[in-house]
Design a protein around this ligand. Structure first.
Ligand code: SF4
Ligand code: SF4
Length: 452
């Protein structure tokens, strides 16, 4: 698409809608929910201030590429906590993403060549091609598990190439990847309630393959047939959050077509960040009459795995997992998808597991995609705050439902020298099903699960 760069104001296409920022009545009710505001107590580091800045750029009163504006658009975590509490219904996410897109277009040429090449390869090739993603993940796995990683650190090679922070961001690759095979797996529990399309995810299928496998086992155990079509791919969240809307649309089309071809009843996703993007495909194609209806129909069928399991009812044969669990609410589940009760109900249904709430469970942990690279200081502050709240309830497990949160929280717990396991909710359910002994008293212990 053609874009003419100018110094002031936003340019078509992908302009933040005026109707959204004019809805803000400046009441300030969103401020206490905003992680960057509660950390800084600075007005422009809060939603109300950022909305005013976006409005100023839109009206030509502020330069799109002024350092203050670019900093605020980057410091925002896109956690959507402000959206969830706003009495005026300001859809903040619909302002931030176009603003980032515009900044990206206006500043792309100024980035160093190497940074442009890495970004272009990661977004344009890796996230667009799942076979290439697996190939790169296999190389990374070799690097992580052989002596190469140690050599790169000890020799100073990573520091010399300025790749230390990027390397630290890479999650540990799974021993075995979860490769969508196109196979239909039948339910192991009575008559099928639905055929679920399993979204394998781009990062999930190589770095959290065990969570994908657990998801398939739990879904089949709970009465669903599960299909994992080969032609699915990345949801496009990374591209959309980086301001690459055209690429986001391209990736979205692939998933819409794959789901339509599959004939499944529901599109199930186990990563909250992906789920919120998949549920917003309708907005992504608002200006595209050829695709908007298909995108909205697709989004209406998307369900987070916790939301779906809670709705269909889980199989009751759960064994015991003894210990205290606390729940880290992923922003894109709690705020963007407004799902808060279902994950807690699932955890509370596991015999022996005691759910103990931490303070600020829905405040962002500082993960937010590549936030650790773009805003390392704020990411570290939010990580420490989260870990302090976790440690205060002394749990054996932290349960969550998003890979970014799992990585950020686990890294923070390691830094704090604590032995607390971080698990996806479906992993805990899967373990409970595996621990079930039909003859033991555990089978009747569901009623004894405790909410502390
Ligand atoms: S709560 Fe909504 S209306 Fe009030 S300041 Fe925040 S964004 Fe504006
Ligand atoms: S999205 Fe999150 S970080 Fe950004 S303004 Fe809203 S509450 Fe603050």
């Amino acid at each position: 698409m053609e874009f003419v760069e100018t110094k002031l104001g936003f340019q078509e296409p992908d302009v933040p809608p005026e109707s959204v920022f004019n809805q803000c009545v400046r009441c300030g009710l969103c401020l206490p929910t905003c992680p960057t505001y509660v950390e800084t107590l600075v007005e422009t580091s809060g939603p109300r201030g950022r909305i005013a800045l976006i409005k100023a750029v839109s009206e030509g009163r502020l330069d799109l590429t002024s350092p203050g504006f670019m900093h605020q658009m980057s410091e925002c975590l896109d956690c959507r906590a402000c959206e969830a509490v706003c009495p005026s219904g300001v859809a903040y996410g619909r302002l931030l993403e176009p603003a980032r897109t515009q900044i990206e277009r206006a500043t792309a040429e100024r980035r160093p060549l190497f940074a442009r090449l890495v970004r272009g390869f990661a977004l344009g090739m890796l996230f667009s091609n799942m076979a290439l993603m697996r190939f790169a993940a296999a190389l990374l796995r070799f690097y992580q598990r052989s002596g190469l990683r140690r050599f790169a650190h000890e020799s100073g090679l990573l520091r010399g190439l300025n790749l230390e922070s990027l390397e630290a961001l890479a999650p540990a690759m799974s021993r075995r990847f979860f490769v969508p095979s196109g196979e239909l797996r039948r339910t192991t529990h009575g008559v099928s309630k639905a055929t679920a399309f399993m979204h394998a995810g781009c990062v999930m299928h190589v770095a959290f393959a065990e969570v994908d496998e657990a998801t398939v086992r739990v879904l089949t155990r709970c009465g669903c047939d599960v299909v994992t079509p080969r032609d699915q791919g990345c949801c496009g969240a990374i591209a959309v959050h980086a301001g690459e809307m055209e690429l986001g649309r391209k990736l979205a089309k692939r998933n819409i077509e794959s789901f339509e071809r599959s004939g499944a009843d529901v599109y199930v996703v186990n990563a909250a960040g992906c789920g919120s993007t998949l549920k917003e495909y309708g907005h992504l194609f608002e200006a595209d009459t050829a695709w908007s209806e298909r995108a909205s129909a697709f989004s209406a069928k998307v369900r987070d795995v916790t939301e779906f399991l809670d709705a269909i009812g889980i199989a009751p044969e759960l064994g015991r997992i003894d210990g205290v669990v606390t729940y880290q609410e992923p922003c894109h589940l709690a705020h963007a998808q407004r799902i808060t009760a279902a994950p807690r109900r699932l955890l509370a249904s596991i015999p022996g597991l005691i759910l103990r709430e931490m303070d600020e469970s829905s405040l962002c942990c500082g993960s937010a995609g590549i936030y650790n690279v773009t805003q390392p200081e704020m990411a570290g502050r939010l990580q420490e705050r989260k870990v302090a709240n976790i440690v205060a309830v002394d749990p054996a497990f932290v349960a969550t439902a998003n890979p970014g949160c799992a990585l950020q929280v686990a890294a923070g717990i390691r830094k704090a020298g604590r032995a607390i396991e971080v698990k996806h909710i479906v992993e805990l359910l899967d373990e409970a099903y595996a621990a079930y002994k039909p003859t033991s008293r555990a089978s009747s212990a569901r009623a004894a699960s405790t909410l502390a």
